[in-house]
Write a protein that binds this ligand. Structure first.
Ligand code: ADP
Ligand code: MG
Length: 239
């Protein structure tokens, strides 16, 4: 199929006890898309990402990536197929240098045989090049966030999931992150980004999916979402 979606999620459902964290979610993502996923705290955004990356198993539903059903694959197999996530809380190896962290990520991903030009570009754009030999745990929080994005890129993903990458950043650092993500996408990378910060989502300004109580509440271009009264009530109005 020519117009096959890169990612297709069908009726994905996950409960924790009585809480339906993800409730019959259907989602389609085209190759090269940059999608913003927003929603109030507890809406199920991180759980949806855990299901996509394989950290959690869904109770029901299907995840189709590049035309193949990956619903039951473990996380590392998904990474090898080109689906990689940056987590909400940073998970760098604090005692290892930045270069060692990136080396490990490349080993987990598609290998270290060839130069990874996208990774070189990312390190340069984010100003991390000079930090290569510093222990990751000594880096400022923003740099750890960026390092973790670079570790995801080191696996050579086709679909990158970013969960609140600007948490704890200054407005300037968040703006650099927005420009970086836009640059990454303009090079062809497909990205889903979860963000709570609407100022950030406005800088990205793309198609937005709103999650609420585990279900898709609204979907559309940013301008349409921002003027949607129901969305304002559940999300934007609460700020
Ligand atoms: P968001 O990322 O949108 O803030 P989450 O996906 O983290 O939301 O959480 C969605 C709901 O699922 C919340 O009610 C949360 O308390 C619950 N939840 C998430 N992970 C777990 C877990 N591992 N065990 C129990 N409940 C969880
Ligand atoms: Mg979350």
């Amino acid at each position: 199929m020519v117009n096959q979606a890169l990612l297709q999620v069908k009726d994905l459902t996950k409960s924790f006890g009585g809480v339906r964290a993800v409730d019959h979610v259907n989602l389609a993502l085209a190759h090269g898309e940059l999608r913003c996923l927003i929603g109030p705290n507890g809406a199920g955004k991180s759980t949806l990402f855990s299901l996509l990356s394989g950290l959690q198993k869904p109770d029901a539903g299907q995840i189709i990536f590049k035309g193949k059903d990956i619903t039951s694959l473990p996380p590392f197999r998904r990474v090898q197929k080109g689906l990689c996530q940056k987590f909400q809380t940073t998970r760098v190896y604090r005692g290892l240098t930045m270069a060692q962290n990136l080396f490990i990520a490349r080993r987990v991903g598609r290998g270290i045989e060839n130069r990874n030009h996208r990774l070189d570009w990312a390190l340069k754009t984010l100003g991390l090049e000079a930090q290569a030999e510093r222990p990751a745990g000594e880096l400022p929080h923003s740099h750890q966030q960026w390092l973790e994005i670079c570790m995801a890129l080191a696996t050579e993903p086709e679909l990158l999931l970013l969960d609140e990458p600007t948490a704890g950043m200054t407005p300037e650092e968040a703006a650099l992150t927005a420009q970086f993500v836009i640059g990454l996408n303009s090079q062809g990378m497909t990205v889903i980004i979860v963000e709570h910060d609407m100022a950030f989502v406005r800088q990205i300004a793309r198609f937005v999916t709103v999650l609420h109580y585990g279900s898709i509440f609204a979907e559309g271009p940013l301008a349409e979402i921002e003027s949607n009264q129901d969305v304002r009530r559940i999300y934007l109005g609460e700020r």
